[in-house]
Design a protein around this ligand. Structure first.
Ligand SMILES: [Zn+2]
Length: 474
């Protein structure tokens, strides 16, 4: 699969509405929702209020338009064929970050049943000391004969006999909660769409990457390990070797499998800070790293993407004990393979099997507090790829980037909306006019930063640092 057109979801629409699919002029839409602060870095005091659940008000008019387009009444003129035709559209799926998932789908993405896919079968445990829910139970997704299922002491002290939750499809998929599709019911037969809302892999990757790094470096306040997490282990009566030891009026925490020593932390930070990467590969991660304090702060979503895809597996080499290290490597390789531009449907099924095992391995080495809902969602990413095609057409990156463009338009802080509207129109006009001006340079296209070195025959790179002489022996 290299495009949603190769996916089962697309095929399903073709089968259900052959008339719609036969006309190449029919439009298939994806709806992205995202919020942004037009005032760049100003404090949250000045941040405009996000609509939250009131987004329905904005959606209502959009849905009216969609319904109008679906109902065969919109006549368009085809300039090539020189005839009129009925323009039709379909809303294939929506794309949004996890908090917005709630506003658009109507499913509460917090609490015991936070997973919008497993729904009431979500497996959650309340951690009374950390005061939050932990979502584990990944062993349910393993084959019934898998050895992990009978390992009591590695996991929650029980033998796992549960089976993977059945994912509801079609009308049983509680159409009463799904607001957007409820409003658009006239338009769709709900059974037809395999996936209505996408999990956003960008946010999933970012959250998991931050959780792993903060836990490994034991960053105060952000680490998923600490006295409360250990007390929860005691309360759950599992992993006895990690229980906090009371010494006088202080507690002593023994090293967990994922704990890095001071020297190892320094090595990890140093490796990331001194990495030399090709031009245009990503932003300079070294700026976010403080080698002395063992801290990595201010990583952007794309930095986390790079870390998860490639860099983390390099930086962690020979650092942790073999078990936890391999589980992190396997998770990274899952994200790498699932995010490829071209994916094989059969291979995705194998990846799905593998990732449930990987998550079980993480469950074995990390503490229950590590498993927030975002980590839990990883198990469903494979399924969405199988049904809807490559991830690069269904994640938030393009929209988040465009938000930055729009943010740049705001010059008058008193009138952000006006600024955006005005500048957008002006840019469009200028772009239109420039097409009629001879020798006008293209607007909005950037030149590569190393262009002066390139010729037709030879593409030479610029050295990124002073070279070090190295004498090779025989
Ligand atoms: Zn789930």
């Amino acid at each position: 699969m290299r495009h949603p057109v190769d996916s089962l979801g697309w095929e399903m629409i073709n089968r259900k509405w052959p008339h719609f699919a036969s006309d190449p002029r029919s439009i298939r839409l994806g709806l992205a929702t995202d919020g942004f602060n037009p005032f760049k870095d100003l404090s949250s005091k000045y941040r405009p209020k996000q609509p939250g659940n009131d987004i329905d008000v904005y959606l209502a008019s959009l849905i009216n338009d969609l319904i109008l387009l679906w109902s065969d009444v919109v006549e368009m003129y085809d300039a090539v064929a020189k005839s009129t035709f009925n323009l039709k559209d379909i809303l294939m799926w929506t794309i949004h970050g996890f908090p917005a998932y709630k506003n658009v789908s109507g499913w509460p993405v917090k609490g015991k049943i936070a997973c919008p896919i497993c729904r009431e079968h979500t497996c959650s445990v309340w951690l009374s000391h950390c005061r939050k829910l932990s979502y584990m139970g990944h062993r349910r997704f393993l084959a019934l004969s898998h050895p992990f299922r009978v390992k009591r002491s590695w996991f929650d002290g029980h033998i796992e006999n549960g089976i993977r939750p059945k994912i509801k499809t079609g009308e049983e998929d509680s159409s009463e909660v799904d607001k957007i599709y409820l409003m658009a019911q006239v338009m769709f037969d709900l059974q037809t769409l395999l996936i209505r809302h996408n999990l956003d892999v960008m946010h999933v990757e970012k959250n998991i990457c931050e959780s792993i790094i903060n836990t490994l470096l034991n960053v105060k306040g952000k680490s998923k390990d600490g006295i409360n997490c250990r007390k929860d282990l005691e309360a759950m009566n599992i992993r006895h070797d990690l229980h906090p030891e009371s010494r006088g009026n202080k507690f002593y925490l023994l090293a967990a499998p994922h704990t890095l020593s001071k020297a190892e932390k320094q090595m990890f930070c140093k490796r990331l800070a001194t990495l030399r990467l090709p031009d245009g590969y990503g932003s300079n991660i070294a700026n976010c790293i403080s080698v002395e304090e063992f801290k990595i702060v201010g990583l952007k979503a794309h930095d986390c993407h790079l870390l998860m895809q490639q860099l983390l597996s390099v930086a962690l080499r020979r650092l942790l004990p073999k078990g936890p290290r391999n589980s992190i490597f396997k998770l990274c390789s899952f994200f790498n393979e699932i995010c490829q531009g071209v994916v094989d449907r059969n291979k995705v099924e194998i990846l799905e099997e593998d990732v449930s095992e990987t998550l079980c391995m993480l469950e074995r080495y990390f503490l229950p507090s590590f498993f927030d809902i975002i980590v839990y969602l990883t198990i469903h990413i494979g399924r969405e790829v199988r049904l809807c095609g490559p991830i690069q057409y269904r994640w938030m990156y393009p929209f988040e980037r465009y938000m930055k463009v729009l943010k740049g338009y705001v010059m008058n802080h008193a009138r952000p909306k006006g600024c955006i509207a005005e500048r957008y129109i002006v840019e469009e006009n200028v772009m239109f006019c420039s097409k009629y001006i001879k020798q006008a340079s293209a607007i909005g296209s950037k030149t590569a930063s190393n262009e002066e070195y390139e010729s037709d025959f030879l593409v030479a790179g610029r050295p990124i640092s002073k070279g070090k002489p190295l004498v090779l022996s025989d």
